[in-house]
Design a protein around this ligand. Structure first.
Ligand SMILES: NC(=O)c1ccc[n+]([C@@H]2O[C@H](COP(=O)([O-])OP(=O)(O)OC[C@H]3O[C@@H](n4cnc5c(N)ncnc54)[C@H](O)[C@@H]3O)[C@@H](O)[C@H]2O)c1
Length: 376
């Protein structure tokens, strides 16, 4: 596990002295003079230990069992601390204001200068990687909303230490309307006007045939993935609309309004049906997220708020690191023209583009990033 001490040791190294090695899917940092002992243990090592401790799926994706089994119940509850996620955290390098001023006009449109973002599900996986990408793109401050306080606090602290950018963790459950609304208010007070929302909080609940699906489990999936997207988008949207209305009245053309961006993480499962695992609730929830995003985009364009979805294919995150899925993973790869799962950071470029001025004319789009899975 990547401990706080290890993180602070890593961040204390002079940046120029850090060398980055990719090994087993994890970034490991070696001090140049020693070159042998990694400061951050390899992901495969921590993953082995993690799987030893969690013989059944104690992460978010259920295995091939019925919804009555305890492990399926666990599947809707993220593990309290996830070593695999922690060790996959690579060093984050901030974009200095000096470099920002020397960027070409095209690259300047990718810089998120003076912007404040909220990332739900930002304690690990895709959300954590997207938070890192924001920190590397000149953002002013980031709020991580997640239900895993230990992980959320330590990741926020690590990002703040290595970049100098305020990254704050807020304990928020996207199923709790009050907690969502009050946390959004708090962010506005503590970090400033919110310009960007990335909603990455989500659960998958797979390998359950529809005829055996319990209504309570179906509802939980919809409540987190779809209604959670609406709760957080509504809270942030209200805040953005209020801020815009005091500056400029909504006009038919939004060209003069400040650019604000809401990005909901949907899935290719919102438009295709995955094979071989039956997962009706997840697929339906993500289809709902795509349609929700388009609806919000049409209503809020006049306030300068863009709303888009990113729909990943199979990504190599903790959500899919369940021993029971190893066999299925081979089938997923076979059906993906690129022959692999996506790496956790492979959505980052798109996120940064969509979040800022680069994507200024893009709204209501569903952007699929799936290694070509949906071509066949
Ligand atoms: N990994 C994939 O292959 C894949 C593919 C397509 C779409 N997605 C979507 O991407 C998003 C992120 O997936 P990931 O692989 O990073 O998953 P992950 O499990 O690694 O991370 C999800 C994060 O969301 C948080 N979370 C869960 N429920 C929450 C709640 N109620 N309130 C607040 N936070 C909550 C978790 O604590 C966790 O930190 C999800 O919406 C998922 O459906 C993932």
């Amino acid at each position: 596990m990547l401990s706080r001490t290890m993180l602070s040791r890593a961040s204390l190294l002079p940046r120029i002295a850090r060398r980055r090695y990719r090994s087993h899917g994890a970034d490991i940092f070696y001090p140049p003079s020693r070159g042998v002992a990694p400061l951050i243990e390899s992901e495969s090592k921590s993953r082995r230990r993690f799987h030893k401790q969690h013989t059944t799926a104690d992460v978010l994706l259920a295995s091939t069992e019925t919804s009555n089994s305890p492990s399926v119940k666990n599947a809707l509850r993220p593990s309290s601390c996830d070593p695999a996620a922690e060790s996959s955290m690579r060093m984050t390098q901030p974009l200095s204001s000096k470099v920002m001023t020397t960027l070409s006009p095209t690259f300047q449109r990718f810089a998120l200068k003076d912007k404040v973002a909220i990332v739900t599900g930002g304690a690990r996986g895709l959300g954590l990687n997207m938070t890192q990408a924001l920190c590397e793109s000149g953002i002013k401050a980031v709020a991580i909303f997640d239900i895993q306080p230990t992980l959320g606090e330590s990741m926020a602290a690590a990002l703040s230490t290595s970049t100098g950018i305020p990254v704050k963790y807020y304990n928020v459950d996207v199923v709790d309307e009050e907690s969502v609304d009050s946390a959004v208010q708090k962010v506005a007070t503590e970090l400033g006007q919110i310009d960007i929302l990335i909603n990455s909080a989500g659960v998958a609940f797979s390998n359950i045939p529809a005829e055996r699906y319990k209504m309570s489990d179906f509802e939980k999936t919809i409540n987190i993935n779809l209604m959670g997207s609406f709760r957080i988008a509504r809270a942030v949207g209200r805040h953005m609309i209020a801020a815009t209305a005091t500056r400029t009245r909504p006009a038919s053309s939004n060209a003069d309004l400040p650019d604000r961006s809401i990005i909901l993480i949907a899935s290719m499962s919102g438009t295709i049906v995955n094979y071989p695992q039956p997962q009706a609730a997840y697929n339906a929830s993500k289809a709902g997220v795509i349609q929700l995003s388009k609806s919000l985009a049409s209503e809020w364009a006049r306030y300068g708020i863009r709303v888009n979805t990113i729909s990943p294919g199979y990504m190599d995150t903790a959500l899919n690191r369940v021993p029971a899925l190893e066999g299925q993973k081979e089938m997923w790869k076979e059906r993906t023209p690129m022959g692999r799962l996506g790496a956790v950071e492979e959505l980052n470029g798109l996120v940064v583009w969509l979040a800022g001025e680069g994507g200024r004319f893009c709204t209501g789009a569903d952007l699929r990033v799936d290694g070509g899975y949906s071509i066949w």
